[in-house]
Design a protein around this ligand. Sequence first.
Ligand SMILES: [Zn+2]
Length: 163
Amino acid sequence: MSAEPPLPPAASTEQRTVTAAVTEAVTYAAPCPDCGAVTDHHGVQTLLPDGRLRWDVESTCAACGSAFAACGGEPPGERRDQMLAAHGPAKLRIRTPPPTAAVIMRVLRATLGVDLASASARALSRRVLDGDCWGTLPETELLARRLRASGIDAVAERIPAAG
Ligand SMILES: [Zn+2]
C-alpha cells in the first residue's frame, strides 16, 4: 500500500497578492427608490487594494427602468447577515501566535477604530487567538492583511455555509 501524498492545505487567501481586491456579493429584492416596485438590488462588499472596505449597491428597476447606485462604508446588518448565510463566514486564523497579544490588540484597534475600549480589544484579541473571530471574507481578509503587515502569520479562511 503506497502512501498518498498529503492533501493540500485548505484554501485560504494567503496566496493572493497583497494588492488584490476581495469581494463578497448578494442579490436581494427591495423597493425601487423611484416607483416603489420591488426589484433586484445587487450589493457588493469590497476590500480595496488600499485596505478600505466599501459597500456598493446598484439596481435597475424592471418596472420603470430607473437606475440606482449607492456606496457606503458598511453593509446594513441585514445584508451582512445575508452574505454570511449565502457564502459562509471567513475565520481569522493565527498560524503562529505571537508571544503576547499586545501586537494583535494594536492591529485590532488600528483597524476597527480607536473607540474600541481596551477591555474589548483584549477580549477580541483573545477570540482571535482562539480562532473565534470571523466575519465576511473582505472583513476578515482586512484583519489578516493588517496582522501580516505587523509580522503575524495570519490568514482568512472560508468556513463553508451550513446547509
Ligand atoms: Zn422603479
